[in-house]
Design a protein around this ligand. Sequence first.
Ligand SMILES: [Zn+2]
Ligand SMILES: [Zn+2]
Length: 156
Amino acid sequence: MSERIRPRASWDDYFMSIAQVVATRSTCHRKYVGAVIVRQRTILSTGYNGSIRGMPHCIDVGHMMEGGHCVATIHAEANAILQAAKNGVSIDGSTIYVTASPCWNCFKQAANAGISRICYGEFYRDQRIFEVAAQIGVELAHIPVKFKVEMVGPED
Ligand SMILES: [Zn+2]
Ligand SMILES: [Zn+2]
């Protein structure tokens, strides 16, 4: 019997890999993004980029392109913030783990929702977030993805 001890995931790696699993639910194939909002090592909310509740998915009907971006979807970070609002969960002082760095709009929303730490898996776009985060005291941390998450078998 082998008793190989594998490395234990750090808390940052743990929540970032959960964000990757969340991203597998994304319905816009331009970019699959997942987000997890955490405070005191407890998950408060999750979100992935997808259409308005009740509207068809990009993966089924195609995108709604505007200025080079798909505007059909609500981004993962925004959906995680909205899910917290919908359920009456305070996210003040929380950390958000998101597989791709927030766009300018999501960054603004995260800041005003009281999120104080933003951990991103890969840089997506918009350098402004670094400058403004430093100005307003929001911590931005790059947590490189260490686990590859892939679907096996048929989707539900
Ligand atoms: Zn789309
Ligand atoms: Zn966004």
